[in-house]
Design a protein. Structure first.
Length: 383
């Protein structure tokens, strides 16, 4: 089973038919640790059933539980797991996330999906994808500066030249090079295209097919920067035909077949880090300018009201801060928890969800890059 999630889908933030079941749990990558994951998931499904039966009744829960049972019995999920799992199911929606970071074990049955744990995972600014390509095959990776995992590309992405071009690669062909003058000893010379020319045509067609599919099925849906790992000649050819707006100008100029995954991650991050730092510098400068014009704020109360009204354009939140409490989604008022509990709402994550639902951009930054002391900073659309 592939991890096809690169950012929180808009559909997950919308209203759905009730009940909405959200399940989170940490998972293990290797045997024998991962042998227990499916059993722990089964226990969580049992808890979801008990909670859901008491809230909406057995009849409403039954078809959702059937889906969760099928997931429990899907051996491919548990043998190819990463560090965490998030599952969302309702009468009109179903989505499974394989996560590259662990999450706490929890279940929620409500009239909306519980997405806050995903905010800090998928809205961080240092995520990227890597396309590794040679004449013979394609590999695709996704991750951040700390972890990079190979994922199964969309079925539309050709994995080999044969998948892209079939068996109709460019054959050697003959061309008439010239004729003698009339009346003389006429001759006809036959020339053969070189093998190098044939390979360049095939490479170009192969790369074009890969570029088209990756752009449509990975880059545009995710909006993540794409780093190309390929030999220098292939880098040049791929970039000459690429129409992917997310392809980063620099790449990893090595034979990807000779690079271990950890080394590939380090080389990819070395390419991306200046871009990432520049993006953060740009947003901080915009925030400081907006604040000077009363179009920015670090006041959580002011930001909460703006978020509810759909007036937050960009929201920056501190990856290290947690403020137990909740936001009133109608008034924007904040109520902080006097005695915080393990599963309390986090005000900052409530802010993030509200901003996302109303079309805002949310980025989670390390503490040292935050432009405010409150743990949150926002740029407003208007005064």
């Amino acid at each position: 089973m592939k991890s096809d999630v690169t950012s929180i889908p808009a559909e997950l933030l919308k209203e759905h038919s009730s009940p909405c079941i959200s399940i989170y749990m940490p998972t293990n990558r290797r045997y024998p640790e991962n042998a227990q994951d499916s059993l722990r998931f089964k226990d969580l499904v049992g808890k979801a059933k008990k909670e859901g039966d008491s809230i909406v009744g057995k009849r409403s829960m039954e078809p959702l539980l059937e889906r969760l049972t099928r997931l429990h019995n899907d051996h491919s999920v548990w043998t190819h797991s990463l560090d965490g799992l998030a599952v969302f199911v309702s009468p009109d929606f179903y989505k499974v996330f394989l996560l590259q970071e662990p999450v706490s074990e929890q279940i929620h049955v409500s009239d909306v999906f519980y997405v806050k744990p995903l905010i800090r995972i998928f809205q961080t600014a240092d995520r990227f994808q890597v396309l590794s390509i040679t004449r013979t095959d394609v590999k695709f990776y996704e991750g951040n500066r700390y972890k990079l995992d190979e994922i199964v590309p969309a079925v539309e992405v050709p994995r080999t030249m044969t998948e892209a071009l079939g068996y109709e690669t460019t054959p050697p062909h003959q061309t008439v090079a010239g004729f003698g003058n009339v009346g003389s000893n006429a001759t006809m010379r036959h020339g053969h295209s070189s093998r190098k020319d044939e390979e360049e045509i095939d490479d170009e067609n192969f790369f074009r097919a890969v570029d088209r599919a990756v752009t449509a099925h990975h880059s545009k849906p995710s909006g993540l920067p794409l780093i190309l790992a390929a030999l220098p000649d292939h880098q040049s050819l791929f970039r000459s035909i690429s129409h992917n707006p997310y392809l980063v100008d620099d790449g990893v100029d090595d034979d990807p077949r000779l690079i271990e995954p950890d080394e590939l991650r380090d080389k990819a991050w070395a390419v991306l880090e200046p871009r990432w730092q520049g993006r953060i510098d740009e947003l901080i400068a915009r925030y400081e300018e907006a604040q000077s014009k009363s179009l920015g704020s670090e006041d959580p109360f002011e930001i909460a009201r703006a978020a509810v009204e759909g007036n937050v354009w960009v929201l920056l939140i501190d990856s290290e801060r947690v403020y137990p409490g909740a936001i009133d989604t109608v008034s924007g008022d904040i109520e902080f928890s006097k005695e915080p509990a393990v599963h309390d709402h986090d005000v900052l994550e409530d802010l993030a969800v509200t901003a996302l639902r109303n079309g805002g951009e949310v980025l989670v930054l390390p503490s040292e890059r935050m432009p405010s002391d409150s743990g949150v900073a926002a740029i407003f659309r208007h005064r």
